[in-house]
Design a protein. Structure first.
Length: 287
């Protein structure tokens, strides 16, 4: 039996996590002198409702190795002999390294255990690692072996295409993702930066004026880039405004020939800390 694990930045919905029995190590969010576990002690809607009124910018911390170790121990106790853990990019978080240490702790505590554990550095953020997790869950249900899941993730993890646009540039500045000068220019020109992943880190790849042009950019790039043999579903992410996500879904359905599933999923608290309100994202596998 194969167990799938992740950190909470995967941002998969509770329904999907429950359906595929995916274990999650929550990141820790600290704000207003209080600490919370992502999606455990605080939910996204609650967080976005209070975000703008916070006196100081929230901070995030990776799950501890002990947290990952417990998830692994629990998986084995429930009868799983193979564990695949898919984590946020090591270029943006320490979650991957924490999971690797958790694996080492498990192996030290159980030197004769036949259990196989593989930790994937997804090179992705938010629903990028979530895409790999959901695909892995579908493949597992279809009968893929542990080795086939490992090979798929290591082969395609750098092919998961990210697009992220934000409504409020201030959060990217405070989290170190964008320079102050770029933000000032963006605000003056009403420019929305579009980010993607390069070498495991976020990078601005385009700029558009207004949400309408952002969604047009997403749709055009999807048509040009999508790998139809691998991409049987798309994940659209949002923070505070689901209507934007619904508009993007409608554009993909009417302006492309994509016939697969399109999921709308809210970004969690840890990711929302860095991107702020009004963010919209899209994830699929490119050619």
């Amino acid at each position: 039996m194969i167990k799938l694990l992740a950190d909470s930045t995967c941002d998969l919905s509770d329904a999907v996590l429950e359906q595929y029995n995916i274990g999650v190590a929550p990141l820790i969010i600290t704000m207003d002198n209080m600490s919370y576990q992502d999606r455990v002690d605080i939910q996204p809607d609650d967080f976005y409702g209070m975000l703008e009124a916070l006196p100081e910018f929230p901070t995030t911390a990776m799950p501890s190795p002990a947290t990952f170790l417990k998830l692994m121990e629990d998986a084995v106790a429930s009868g799983h002999e193979e564990i695949l853990c898919i984590c946020m990019s090591s270029g943006t978080s320490g979650s991957y390294q924490s999971a690797v240490i958790g694996k080492e702790y498990f192996e030290e505590a159980h030197p004769d255990s036949p259990v196989k554990i593989h930790v994937v550095d997804s090179r992705s953020m938010s629903h990028g690692s979530g895409w790999l997790l959901l695909k892995s869950a579908q493949m597992r249900e279809a009968g893929s072996t542990f080795e086939e899941l490992v090979d798929f993730n290591e082969t395609y993890k750098t092919k998961v295409k990210h697009f992220l646009s934000v409504d409020d540039l201030d959060h990217l500045i405070k989290s170190g993702r964008l320079s102050n000068a770029s933000a000032i220019i963006g605000k003056l020109l009403m420019v929305k930066p579009i980010m993607s992943m390069k070498n495991g880190k976020g990078a601005i790849v385009a700029k558009e004026r207004g949400t309408r042009k952002v969604l047009k950019h997403y749709t055009n790039e999807f048509r040009k880039r999508v790998n139809p043999d691998i991409t049987n579903f798309v994940i659209i992410g949002y923070t505070s405004d689901q209507r934007i996500a619904e508009n993007l879904k409608a554009k993909l359905e009417t302006e492309t020939d994509f016939a697969g599933e399109i999921y709308l999923m809210q970004m969690g608290v840890s990711v929302g800390t860095h991107v702020g309100l009004g963010a919209i994202s899209m994830f699929f596998v490119e050619k």
